[in-house]
Design a protein around this ligand. Sequence first.
Ligand SMILES: CC(C)(COP(=O)(O)OP(=O)(O)OC[C@H]1O[C@@H](n2cnc3c(N)ncnc32)[C@H](O)[C@@H]1OP(=O)(O)O)[C@@H](O)C(=O)NCCC(=O)NCCS
Length: 182
Amino acid sequence: MVTIRSATPGDADAIANVYVNTWRSVYADLLLEKMLVGMSHERTALYWRRVIAEKPGRDLVRVADTDDRLVIGFASAGASRHRGLGFGGEIYTLYVLDEFQGAGTGQALLFSIFRRLLDRGLRSSLVWVLAGNPSRFFYEVMGGGRVAEREETMWGVRLNEIAFGWRDLDATLKGPRAASAS
Ligand SMILES: CC(C)(COP(=O)(O)OP(=O)(O)OC[C@H]1O[C@@H](n2cnc3c(N)ncnc32)[C@H](O)[C@@H]1OP(=O)(O)O)[C@@H](O)C(=O)NCCC(=O)NCCS
């Protein structure tokens, strides 16, 4: 069974493991090889330890773990960094290890994060996804609507991104998808 809970600083290594492995898998055809090869587990763990320990009031971080305490996925969110689009919250990251995908964990993490955003008074949310990332279909299945597009330069590569948005998290959490994820 998979449990969704708040992350603790002790989860930083496991989160880094999920982060680095899913980046290398999902972005292999989208980002520069040298950037993916150069990702450091230690630096990534340090970053997440700081986010969880020093900014608990700012960023929400939730992890999914199995009965034997293996962290198989995580998500982070907080206030939207793009207020002009009219969304209060933003999903910053959502990753599930390859071998555990397709079993409902991504959906459970997403709805758990939506509940925490609402608890903080953030009534809507968006997420930015690389246009070439097949995960964009996941957000459509989760009821997100396309709300914006942009071009970003990351590590010297020009990439298109799409934002998916949920205008009313309360309604989303009362919908059939949320019921199956709780
Ligand atoms: C996107 C991601 C978080 C989804 O997590 P997951 O645990 O595999 O998804 P779930 O099992 O909860 O799927 C929920 C529903 O979405 C659908 N879905 C998931 N990924 C999909 C995809 N790529 N295309 C179409 N539908 C998808 C599932 O079929 C399921 O639908 P159903 O309930 O009607 O059967 C996961 O695939 C992932 O980590 N991908 C790589 C990292 C990434 O790109 N993250 C997003 C960066 S913004």
